[in-house]
Design a protein around this ligand. Structure first.
Ligand SMILES: [Zn+2]
Length: 429
């Protein structure tokens, strides 16, 4: 009954209300007959409702059966032999790399009832200990700050949001790039929004397929969450990311090794605006403003004189996006630079496709928003010491069999049905 009332209550909520904490997760069901709408996707409109009218995008429609169902923990798709072979290779060596890491039990980042030795922290489980540096040095450490001082590492989780034009226009007007941690299910639902992000020059990273807490998933599910999100981003935007961020920050050594096999570098954060909390319990816009102020105060107090921050923002809904617009001038006052993670890390080749380049830090802060040519085919790249076949196979894995090349010229309009599942629990992140 509780779930049913939530469903009814949520059906009137715009699809923009997709929460990092799971308070409203927007789901589009692609299998419901696709009745046709007459409107075309308009990248210029600022009308929130109009932006969130579902549409059919042929390059995605043609490959939808090569992907797991949206918004459910991903598993290997039946008949996907390439993914199955890669997973098998990973799974055969996983235990020898991480030992016996238990699958955690919790919901949406809430593990309050789960027994774990927090002090010994054998799994370097961030959720309990904030561990980012595994004791086993063969497992790569997480990234949670930038090397460049007085710098705001700028990124958004949970997109692409269907109604993000106002924010993306704002960033374009300010010649500002960000790192986008996209949810695979959102990419498949809103491919033209994802494509705009890439076309605008923003950096593409992965935020899993279904926004599940990764340490609660089986090896196969965790692999599939990353693998199919990577494939979705490749199919829609043309690039294969090498970076990811776990929902709720929920990562342990088992998940790190699975991500490392796919050559994905884990990017956490140093500061959190908790922008998604507005509207949950007693959290007001004023609270979020104060959260931003706390980050500014750290900068004023010298915390970022020797390195830079990575700050958590969300593309979850129109409120979270508006907070950034409202705070942008203040951020500029308190931080010398606002940069996407790739530029902050000097990753000039952030994707598997090394012909796709990104401006390094000095180029970016001097106003160069596109990468230059990479001499002799090399460049700095997010790297994992655990690179496996999953990395080498990325390009082919990212183009599912029978997939069509995405092309904006082929878009048509149609719609699925919006269904919302949600829970009111306000969790971390
Ligand atoms: Zn998230």
């Amino acid at each position: 009954m509780f779930a049913a009332s939530l469903l009814l209550a949520a059906t009137s909520v715009s699809a923009g209300a997709i929460g990092c904490s799971g308070h409203h997760i927007g789901t589009r069901n692609h299998g419901m007959g696709n009745p046709h709408y007459t409107r075309a996707y308009d990248p210029a409109t600022l009308d929130v409702a109009a932006q969130c009218v579902p549409y059919n995008y042929e390059p995605v429609a043609s490959i939808i059966n090569d992907f797991p169902p949206n918004w459910a923990p991903a598993t290997l798709v039946a008949g996907d032999d390439e993914a199955a072979a890669l997973f098998q290779e990973l799974n055969q060596t996983l235990a020898s790399k991480v030992g016996n890491v238990s699958i955690k039990v919790g919901t949406m980042g809430d593990f309050s009832g789960y027994q774990y030795d927090n002090a010994a922290d054998p799994d370097c489980w961030w959720t309990r200990s904030r561990c980012t540096q595994p004791k086993d040095q063969t497992i790569p450490a997480d990234i949670r700050q930038l090397p460049e001082p007085n710098t705001w590492g700028f990124g958004y989780d949970d997109g692409p949001n269907c109604s993000h034009n106002a924010l993306y226009n704002f960033m374009a007007e300010n010649k500002q790039l960000a790192t986008m941690f996209f949810i695979g299910s959102n990419v498949m639902n809103w491919p033209l929004q994802a494509k705009r992000a890439k076309d605008d020059g923003h950096e593409m990273c992965i935020h899993t397929w279904s926004h599940s807490a990764m340490t609660t998933l089986t090896n196969e599910q965790a692999f599939a969450e990353l693998y199919y999100t990577r494939a979705a981003i490749k199919a829609v935007t043309g690039v294969t990311p090498k970076c990811w961020r776990p929902p709720y920050g929920d990562v342990d050594n088992r998940i790190r090794v699975i991500a490392g096999f796919l050559n994905l570098t884990n990017i956490l954060w140093s500061d959190d605006t908790f922008d998604w909390q507005e509207g949950t319990q007693n959290v007001t816009a004023e609270t979020i403003k104060n959260n931003y102020q706390k980050v500014f105060d750290k900068a004023k107090n010298g915390e970022y004189n020797t390195h830079g921050a990575i700050v958590l923002n969300h593309e979850s809904n129109n409120r979270t996006m508006q907070h950034m617009i409202d705070q942008y001038a203040q951020i500029k006052q308190n931080f010398k630079y606002i940069v996407p993670i790739a530029s902050g890390m000097n990753w000039t080749t952030p994707y598997v496709e090394t012909n796709e380049t990104y401006p390094d830090f000095n180029q970016y802060i001097s106003g160069q928003l596109v990468g230059g040519p990479v001499s002799s085919g090399s460049g700095n790249s997010p790297g994992s010491t655990m690179t496996g076949s999953g990395a080498a196979a990325a390009s082919s894995a990212a183009a599912p069999s029978g997939s069509a090349k995405p092309s904006s010229a082929t878009r048509t309009t149609a719609a699925g049905i919006l269904v919302f599942v949600g829970a009111a629990a306000a969790m971390l992140i």
